[in-house]
Design a protein around this ligand. Structure first.
Ligand code: DCP
Length: 230
């Protein structure tokens, strides 16, 4: 099948170097990012980096993700500091293939999740200020390449249903309103360009559909996604 073919057209050479590109897959909780990454991981020449969520659930035996959902005011900073570290670690990893596809980014961690905690009154101003200074320092001093943002656009209702179906222990407390807030922040950032800097062009893929239709859409958009150049 086409999904296992090598992306030969990528091997264009400029100044003796292979062109490389970085694609971020963005979207609400349970929007289907993992399925998208799994689909493209079958293509050779693509390196797929999933979100380090297993680390957020277990750092030296502690579970900052679970703690954050239990008591966001107390543990929001703890989780988001660790998210920022683990995302940065992914961004600076030397590229092993001409194309890298990543689940989310240090940008959405800050612009969506930290912003949401702060705006909903669950993160104290001082925690938000410290995280913000860290984030600003990082993006000013460390190169974080990105060529394309693929936004899996869902309705909050769909994500809520998928979330309940997958039944991740920590996430059982998430209400629909939380998913709606994350949705609105994503829309303001990537669709309406109303909030923060968007560091690359955005390709929107409607993602409320069933698995079969989603895989079909990924196939249809394959060239557009993989042709993103540095
Ligand atoms: N999370 C968070 N703060 C961040 C990033 C993520 O609180 N900065 C939380 C939201 C989820 C969990 O981490 O509870 C994992 O994120 P996703 O649900 O987006 O990851 P999945 O792999 O489950 O996404 P998908 O279902 O789209 O594949």
């Amino acid at each position: 099948s086409r999904s296992s073919t090598s992306v030969n057209h990528r091997k264009l050479v400029r100044n003796g170097e292979e062109k490389k590109s970085v694609i971020w897959i963005e979207g609400n909780i349970a929007s289907g990012k993992t399925t998208c990454l799994e689909y493209f991981s079958k293509t050779s020449d693509i390196e797929v980096l999933t979100e380090p969520v297993s680390k957020w659930r277990n750092v030296q035996g502690c579970n900052p993700l679970g703690l954050m959902y239990q008591d966001p005011s107390r543990w929001g900073l703890t989780l988001q500091t660790y998210v920022q570290l683990t995302m940065l670690d992914r961004h600076v990893l030397p590229m092993a293939s001409p194309i890298r596809m990543m689940e989310r980014s240090i940008y959405s961690a800050k612009y969506i999740f930290v912003e949401n905690l702060y705006k909903s009154g669950k993160m104290p101003e001082v925690d938000f200020a410290v995280l913000s200074e860290w984030f600003e320092w990082i993006i000013k001093n460390i190169a974080i390449p990105v060529d394309l943002i693929v936004y899996l656009q869902t309705s909050p209702q769909t994500c809520y249903e998928r979330l309940n179906q997958r039944c991740r222990e920590e996430e059982k407390v998430i209400p629909l309103e939380y998913i709606e807030s994350i949705h609105n922040l994503y829309e303001d950032w990537l669709i309406h360009h109303k909030s923060f800097e968007v560091p690359a062009p955005v390709l929107v893929i409607p993602a409320d559909h069933d698995l079969k239709k989603m895989l079909h859409q990924y196939e249809e958009n394959r060239e557009k996604i993989l042709m993103a150049h540095c």
